[in-house]
Design a protein. Structure first.
Length: 283
C-alpha cells in the first residue's frame, strides 16, 4: 500500500484496540478496490476519548469505528445520531462532515444481514426469537428483530434484573410490546416453538465457561446463531448442527456491520464474501 497526500483516512478507537480485526478487514477492502486510503488502530484512554474524536475530525479523518469501552461515550460526543444508534444507546461508527460529528450504530444491520446471508430461507416473521444475554449486543439484536418483524422476542439472562432493564428501556420503542422476559434455565418453556435462538453472552467463547443449555425442545426448523466467532463454531452451533438445525456463526456480523462505515468513508460499497472471511480469520 502506497499512500499519497490525498489518502482517505479512517480508523478504530478502543482501549485496548490491539485485538480488533477491523484494520485487517478495512485495509483488505482498500487494497482489493485500489483505493488510496488507510484504516488505522487508534488506542485511546477513556478520559481522552472526546478530545481524540475532535482531533481526528480536525486532522481530516473521514470517520472511525468505535469499540469497547467507548460506544456509549461516542453517543455523547455526536452532533447528530441515527435512529438506530439512539435506540441502541451506543455508537460504533462515526462520520465527520463539515465540522459535525455524525454517529451510527451498525450492529443491528450487521446481525440481521448475517442471518439473511447465512440462511436465505429464514424469515424473522415466522416465529418467536430467543435471545440469551442482556448486554449491549443483546440490545442491538432486539432492535434488529423488532424492525425485521419478529412476532415475539424472549430475553433470558443469568441476572434477571438486567433482562428486565433491557426490556423496560425498549418498551416505548416500536415493537417493544413484543419483548418478554423468561427465566434462565427454563429451556423447555423458552425454546418450544422458537424460530431463532441467539447466544449474545460470552458463554462458549474461548477462555469462558461453556453454555450449558438443553436444546431438546428447540424445533428442528429453528435457526441458531452465536454472535461470538472465537471459536468460529462454538459448542452451541456444533450441537445445533448435529441435531439438524440451521446454524450461522458470528463472523458475518462483524463483516457486515463494517459495510456502512466503509461505504461512507471511501465511497465504495464493499463485498462480503468467502475470500474476506478467510482473510480476516487468518489475522
Amino acid at each position: 500500500m502506497i499512500l499519497t497526500g490525498r489518502s482517505r483516512l479512517a480508523g478504530v478507537l478502543g482501549w485496548p484496540v490491539g485485538h480488533s480485526r477491523s484494520p485487517r478487514l478495512h485495509n483488505h477492502w482498500l487494497e482489493r478496490y485500489g483505493i488510496d486510503g488507510a484504516y488505522v488502530p487508534l488506542p485511546v484512554r477513556p478520559e481522552s476519548f472526546a478530545s481524540a474524536v475532535t482531533a481526528l475530525a480536525n486532522l481530516s479523518f473521514l470517520g472511525a469505528n468505535v469499540t469497547v469501552p467507548h460506544k456509549e461515550a461516542a453517543l455523547r460526543v455526536c452532533d447528530e445520531v441515527t435512529s438506530s444508534a439512539r435506540r441502541i444507546g451506543a455508537v460504533n461508527t462515526l462520520f465527520f462532515h463539515d465540522e459535525r460529528i455524525l454517529g451510527d450504530n451498525t450492529d443491528a444491520y450487521g446481525f440481521i444481514q448475517n442471518l439473511f446471508e447465512g440462511c436465505p430461507k429464514w424469515k424473522a416473521t415466522s416465529g418467536p426469537a430467543v435471545i440469551l444475554g442482556a448486554g449491549g449486543a443483546a440490545r442491538a439484536l432486539c432492535v434488529a428483530l423488532m424492525d425485521a418483524g419478529a412476532p415475539e422476542i424472549l430475553i433470558a439472562n443469568r441476572t434477571r434484573t438486567r433482562a428486565e432493564k433491557l426490556a423496560d428501556s425498549l418498551s416505548q420503542d416500536s415493537g417493544g410490546e413484543r419483548l418478554r422476559i423468561v427465566e434462565w434455565g427454563h429451556w423447555s418453556d423458552m425454546l418450544s416453538g422458537a424460530n431463532l435462538l441467539v447466544n449474545a453472552t460470552s458463554l462458549g467463547m474461548s477462555g469462558q465457561p461453556p453454555l450449558d443449555i438443553d436444546l431438546s425442545a428447540l424445533p428442528g426448523t429453528a435457526l441458531v446463531n452465536d454472535i461470538v466467532y472465537a471459536p468460529l463454531e462454538t459448542d452451541l452451533l456444533l450441537r445445533a448442527r448435529e441435531r439438524g438445525n440451521w446454524v450461522v456463526d458470528g463472523l458475518g456480523m462483524l463483516l457486515h456491520q463494517a459495510v456502512p462505515g466503509f461505504t461512507g468513508w471511501f465511497e465504495r460499497t464493499p463485498e462480503v464474501d468467502e475470500e474476506l472471511r478467510h482473510f480476516v480469520l487468518e489475522g
